[in-house]
Design a binder for this molecule. Structure first.
Ligand SMILES: Nc1ncnc2c1ncn2[C@@H]1O[C@H](COP(=O)(O)OP(=O)(O)O)[C@@H](O)[C@H]1O
Ligand SMILES: [Mg+2]
Length: 213
């Protein structure tokens, strides 16, 4: 795949996950600096990378924040990173879809104002070492009866033309099926936390499910 083909595939994917108006915004900003956009999108999508590599999760989160910056408005970012976390073996652009969908939802929930927390830590569950990424927001929250439904494909409370209801389904499939990790949500009004658990030693690629599509 040439870089141009890969970039247009990435732009198409961004369009699906961000929505048309946001994509236009990203492209509009980019006319001021095409080469800047090309390098940001390349770093974000790792279009030239088709093999798994050891990545630092913080790098992917920060690239994703760069891509989503125009959406942040007056949202305050609160980072609490454990920089001692080991790199993990993944396809960077798959993991970036996870951060994009979770951050996008948190930003939607706050309607332009609030506190977006990103915390990384280490945890052992089921006897294995896991890396934990928690994305929190102080928006309206998920109602009790929706807590288990949010992971369903096409479940959305955002109304016609706004939500596809696929974001969290993609998150769940990439984290659980591809990387044998886990996802969790805790939510009350004003305090919502989505957690992603990724095994530090991810099983070898041939032992895992195919890329979700
Ligand atoms: N941070 C959050 N705060 C409140 N509700 C959320 C949050 N994240 C997800 N949700 C709920 O989960 C639903 C499904 O999310 P998602 O699969 O990303 O689809 P979409 O964002 O297209 O609606 C959302 O419509 C919303 O009701
Ligand atoms: Mg979403």
């Amino acid at each position: 795949m040439s870089v141009v083909q890969a970039l247009s595939a990435t732009v198409a994917w961004l369009g699906q996950s961000l929505g048309a108006s946001e994509l236009l915004h990203v492209l509009d900003q980019s006319t001021q600096s095409i080469s800047g956009l090309v390098s940001a999108v390349r770093a974000y999508s790792r279009v030239d990378e088709t093999a798994e590599a050891e990545v630092d999760v913080h790098e992917g989160i920060e690239n994703t924040l760069t891509i989503l910056r125009h959406r942040l408005g007056d949202v305050t970012l609160a980072r609490d990173y454990d920089r001692s976390l080991p790199p993990i073996r993944v396809l960077a652009n798959e993991l970036n879809q996870v951060w994009t969908n979770l951050l996008d939802n948190a930003i939607d929930a706050m309607s332009g104002q609030g506190r977006l927390g990103i915390r990384t830590s280490r945890d052992s569950r089921d006897g294995a070492d896991h890396l934990v990424v928690e994305i929190s927001d102080d928006g309206a929250g998920v109602s009790q009866e929706h807590l288990t439904r949010v992971w369903e494909p096409f479940f959305s409370t955002k109304g016609e033309g706004k939500g596809t209801g696929l974001g969290l389904d993609i998150v769940r499939r990439i984290v659980m099926e591809r990387y044998q990790g886990d996802v969790e949500v805790d939510s009350q009004a004003g305090d919502t936390k989505f957690r992603v658990f990724l095994p530090v030693a991810i099983p070898r690629e041939e032992e895992r499910a195919a890329v979700p599509s």
